[in-house]
Design a binder for this molecule. Sequence first.
Ligand code: HEM
Length: 399
Amino acid sequence: MATSPSASERAPVYDFDYVADPAILADVHQGYWQLKQNAPSVFWTPRNGGHWVVTTADAGIEVLRHPDRFSSRFLSIPPDPNQQKMIPESLDPPEHRAYRQLLRPFFESKAIEPLEPRIEQWAEEIIGAVAAKGECEFVEELGSRFPISVFMELFGFPLDQFDLFRSTVVEFFKVGTDQTQRMQLGGRIVGILAGLYAERRAEPRDDLISTLVHIDFEGRKLRDDELISIGFLMFLAGLDTVVNALAFGMRHLAHDQALRTRLIDDPDSAPAIVEELMRRYTFVSVPRYVAQDTEIGGVTMRAGDSVLVPLAVVGWDEKLTECPAEVRLDRPHCRHAAFGSGVHTCLGIHLARLEMIKFYQVWARRIGHFREVEGVPLRFRGGSVQALEALHLAWDARN
Ligand code: HEM
């Protein structure tokens, strides 16, 4: 049986607050870059209840590829036993496998590709609404609207409730939302999901909610608690990720004239640009819970400890990527773990990539060159899904 280690057993110690480290809040990626340069490859931080952090690709991949040692049962640091369960992300193998198999057909590329024209239409509509203005606050006016619209339509959420959904998601993730408010917002999401499942059970439509309500799962229907856990994860995973990826990517593009020119002149370069921007600006740090005493990078972790894996360190590893700080399209391979690694690798990867590709292509066609407005301070969010919460852009409006 595991014994509780004394504080002195947890070494080396390095002070890092993944939620509110001043360097992270000043600039997420610069903050993580400093961490990678200065911190030990595996260390203990006393912040947020005390936990381990790994800062090399090898250690990160080892954690992600060994769910028997590093469990997903608590996807928060410190572990919160009251956290809403998220299926399949908070399940470990073998339980995880059956749910993943159930959901996979809806997210594989052949299911996602037919959505391309509709995703492009959404991008046209949302970008078209600001094109003539010559400026925008990207996150509020575009970045968050686009994935929410795509996701609501795919899942079958009523589009006339767009504002309610958007404000719920924005509030849920906003800096300054405390634990109690987040619980209440979580309750609101559960309420919305329960109502929709009930409606589709009575009157099925051609959407993912109706499919899930009626699907056969190991010879039975999914229970309400399972449906809610799946819907809750989709809600958060689908809505607070693409917006962040686009915000970080657009900020880079605003300062990189050569890359912008490439995108404008050659829209087919968009997939490579998306991948390289995801590598350079990876923004998820995944928590894991140590399931059994284990050793990693010469450090002993005890059952019950938590570990944070900043996924950015995989794409920034010099052994895998030459000059990882640079954004380049001529790399023979673009290696990163922005979408995770191992059994929990992002199920929405094809959808997310398609959304980003279409967004950048339509933006390049409709807007062309653009810049970041000077003198407006940027607002970053730390935590396990990092964000750029506001980004002011300007361009020369074409009449
Ligand atoms: C740029 C956008 C996105 C990024 C960077 C991203 C990133 C990730 C990461 C890192 C994981 C693994 C988490 C872990 O190991 O604990 C994950 C899992 C997941 N993502 Fe995404 N995601 C994105 C978009 C989406 C979208 C659009 C959806 C669907 C609507 C989605 C659905 C999921 C699901 C269902 C899982 C859990 C998979 C499992 O546990 O088997 N994601 N995502």
